[in-house]
Write a protein that binds this ligand. Structure first.
Ligand SMILES: [Ca+2]
Length: 169
């Protein structure tokens, strides 16, 4: 019985020693609205020939899921055999709101289907920061702004369409 246990323990060690360790390529990712955030995990060099599905937990900080970023609460990266890095994209929709930077957090977690599949390294947390993008003015908007600015300089009362264009109360 004891022998069995010893053999079993050694077997576990062997399995554990053969598992790859994953970390994030970058702990801080910055992305503009309307673009995609590239999320990359890195496998330790001695396990380049190992393939795993790496699980990442996605949590809101100030950015709102489904509005500021498009991702479920758990995403999976296929870390192919023979490759050191594996990446996926999270889409960041553009919106017309003028806002401050928003962020969400990524954490590499152990596989929920097989906890022995891989190790989670020290650098297993990354923050994605979303930069607000100001929409460029269309030709019509530029023309309206120019007209309104001209009227404003003459000191005349501004016509109604000029009020939102100039951003005055
Ligand atoms: Ca915005």
């Amino acid at each position: 019985m004891l022998l069995y246990l010893i053999v079993l323990l050694q077997l576990f060690q062997l399995i554990a020693a053969n598992a790859a360790t994953y970390t994030f390529q970058s702990s801080s990712i910055t992305v503009n609205e309307g673009e995609s955030a590239e999320i990359c995990v890195v496998k330790d060099g001695s396990h380049i020939s190992v393939q795993n599905l790496v699980y990442i937990q996605v949590e809101e900080i100030s950015a709102v899921r489904g509005v500021d970023f498009i991702a479920s609460d758990q995403i999976v990266i296929d870390s192919m055999s023979g490759q050191l890095t594996a990446c996926t994209n999270i889409f960041i929709p553009f919106n017309d709101d003028s806002e401050t930077d928003e962020s969400f957090r990524l954490t590499i977690i152990t596989s929920p289907v097989n906890v022995h599949a891989y190790y989670v390294g020290m650098a297993n947390v990354a923050t994605v920061t979303i930069k607000n993008v100001i929409a460029p003015l269309s030709c019509k908007e530029k023309l309206l702004l120019l007209t309104c600015k001209t009227i404003e300089m003459t000191g005349k009362n501004l016509p109604r369409p000029c009020i939102p264009a100039l951003g005055n109360p």
